[in-house]
Design a protein around this ligand. Structure first.
Ligand SMILES: C[S@@+](CC[C@H](N)C(=O)[O-])C[C@H]1O[C@@H](n2cnc3c(N)ncnc32)[C@H](O)[C@@H]1O
Length: 452
């Protein structure tokens, strides 16, 4: 497809009425007008809306925002998140009922599995997965135990606007747990800094200010509209480095606990955001391992962080004698080594997963929990080449999760369990966990063949 000339404008600024909207990956609804797809922010399935086109740079689609809801969905509510209502990009589904938001995420997950993974509902049923839904982890508000927030030019902490470096202030996001942001207004913050707020499992609230190097304009592909703007804003932010780190409350290290184990992790390190996620994910991994590989002796915990899943596997399988945690981040591997110092079963390898796989002892079970970009073909190939009896694949992006499951299919693994989890309420984001086992009838190299 050739891109429209950016300067032509196309439909940009025009208003159009749309009906028959359905959920699309990434938080928008998609409708059609004059044969083109229109991705709409701020709408719900089935609504009739008046939209204004904000980006029109591609022949087959454009991006728009709702300016008027002509016929609202029965599931539309007043926005739960004050920051999102004021224009922040944090809670892009906070105007839908909790149940309906989960239905939307389940629809997107099922569609991505079919389109990108070749796993239609029929193929999943034949494989052993009767239905794909998204389960609640609890109340939709006040679930987040760690958050990183920008400080505006006046020194006020806020939330980024969607796909932008602009900072929305004066209204709080509904995600952080109660008490996490106490003390924010009592401090004088450095303009342009970032603030990290973390709740430890010992009840201690931590606040740290990160003064950053200036952002360098990120170069990126043109012609991909809002998603490309979002990508450029994220890449520009990612390119900044921390020049000064100041503890304002608590300390620089948070205490985290799961299943009787304790980790001491820098507040800037990775930990699952939802207060219930580490425990619930650990339980699911343990249950899947106990069901499908009860006599395993060896395992990999890939993209393992501090090794929460390594602990879950040790607790679930009595016969396990070796679990290798593979993780790139130095702080996470240090925390993992400290926690498992007295456990001979767990070894911690620091480095990128793709470089590590060929050097690891053969596993009976693999848990893989990659970042949003997914594991990718070469890592999935490395996992399948090791021929584990069970893979538990975890993903926080429906599209890359589905793509990875398509690669497993090509390489001879089928899902026997697949659950969606609402680990990011009020937003379009969704977590998914699949248990996959070898299937000799697959592995032809094609991802669109029906199961026998
Ligand atoms: C979604 S987190 C999962 C962490 C862990 N499983 C947990 O639940 O706490 C992904 C982890 O992968 C790590 N990571 C990202 N890319 C990696 C790579 N190429 N090789 C190894 N680790 C990587 C990140 O540092 C992060 O800890």
């Amino acid at each position: 497809m050739s891109a429209r000339p950016a300067e032509s404008g196309g439909w940009t600024g025009s208003r159009r009425e749309l009906t028959d909207l359905r959920p699309a990956h990434g938080g928008a609804m998609v409708g059609r007008d004059e044969g083109r797809a229109v991705f709409v922010r701020g709408a719900l399935p089935g609504e009739r809306v008046l939209v204004e086109v904000t980006e029109d740079r591609h022949r087959s689609y454009c991006h728009a925002v709702v300016v008027e809801v002509v016929e609202p969905s029965a599931h539309r509510i007043d926005p739960v998140c004050a920051a999102a209502a004021a224009g922040a990009g944090c809670c892009d589904l906070s105007f839908a009922t909790d149940d309906h938001a989960r239905d939307i995420k389940a629809t997107v997950l099922r569609e991505q599995l079919e389109r990108l993974g070749g796993w239609s509902a029929d193929a999943l049923r034949a494989a052993g997965v009767d239905a794909v839904g998204v389960a609640s982890l609890g109340a939709p508000t006040h679930w987040r135990t760690r958050v990183r927030m920008p400080v505006d030019a006046a020194g006020v902490v806020g939330v980024h606007a969607p796909a932008s470096d602009a900072v929305v202030t004066g209204a709080r996001c509904a995600q952080p747990i109660v008490g996490l942001l106490d003390g924010l207004d009592a401090h004088s913050w450095t303009p342009g800094a970032e603030v990290v707020a973390v709740a430890g499992d010992d009840g201690v609230m931590h606040l740290t200010e990160l003064v950053m190097s200036p952002a360098t304009p990120a170069r990126g592909r043109s012609g991909r509209g809002r998603d490309d703007r979002r990508g450029r804003a994220q890449r520009a932010r990612a390119g900044r480095s921390v020049t000064r780190e100041t503890v304002v409350a608590g300390s620089d290290t948070a205490v985290h606990r799961v299943g009787g184990r304790t980790w001491l992790l820098p507040v800037t390190g990775f930990w699952q955001a939802h207060r219930s996620a580490p425990t619930r994910y650990g339980e699911l991994v343990a249950e899947m391992a106990a069901r499908h590989a009860p006599t395993a002796t060896s395992a990999w915990d890939l993209y393992g962080g501090v090794g929460v899943f390594a602990g879950a596997l040790c607790d679930a399988i009595d016969t396990l004698t070796s679990v290798v945690v593979v993780e790139a981040d130095a702080a996470a591997t240090a925390a993992a080594r400290a926690t498992y110092a007295d456990d001979d079963r767990v070894a911690v390898y620091r480095g990128p997963v793709d470089a590590a796989l060929a050097n690891l002892p053969a596993p009976d079970v693999v848990v893989a929990d990659p970042p949003r970009s997914g594991a990718g073909r070469s890592v999935v190939e490395g996992i399948c080449a090791a021929a584990p009896a069970l893979v538990v694949h975890v993903g926080c992006d429906a599209a890359t999760f589905a793509r990875d499951l398509g690669t497993y299919r090509e390489l001879g693994y089928r899902p026997v369990e697949l659950v969606g989890l609402d680990a990011f309420p009020l937003t379009h984001h969704v977590e998914a966990i699949a248990a996959l086992v070898p299937d000799p009838t697959l592995g032809s190299g094609r991802s669109d063949e029906p199961l026998p």
